[in-house]
Write a protein that binds this ligand. Structure first.
Ligand SMILES: [Mg+2]
Length: 96
């Protein structure tokens, strides 16, 4: 399911001309970060509808990156979630 979303996000971005040239990973990560910042601003304004939309943008950008780089995000998420279950309480006493 998640890998299908990655494929769809990449195909849509490609069809809109965003992958005519190879894109650097750093650029794609910066774009993900920009969507996180937009979500922060929406939350600061108390705009819940826009906040949720920006969270979706974050995911879509991540899906596009993974689709373009042929990353198996679904497998990575499942493996990491299982590893997280084994971590200590507050990851060994971290403050946050
Ligand atoms: Mg946005």
């Amino acid at each position: 399911m998640i890998n299908n979303l990655c494929s769809q996000a990449y195909k849509t971005a490609k069809s809109k001309g965003w992958h005519n040239e190879p894109r650097e990973t750093g650029t794609l990560l910066a774009l993900i970060h920009s969507e996180v910042s937009e979500a922060l601003e929406a939350d600061r304004k108390g705009d819940q509808e826009n906040f949720v939309e920006e969270l979706a943008d974050v995911c879509i950008r991540i899906f596009d990156l993974c689709g373009s780089k042929k990353i198996d995000l679904e497998k990575a998420i499942l493996e990491k979630m299982n590893r997280n279950k084994e971590r200590s309480y507050r990851h060994g006493g971290k403050k946050y």
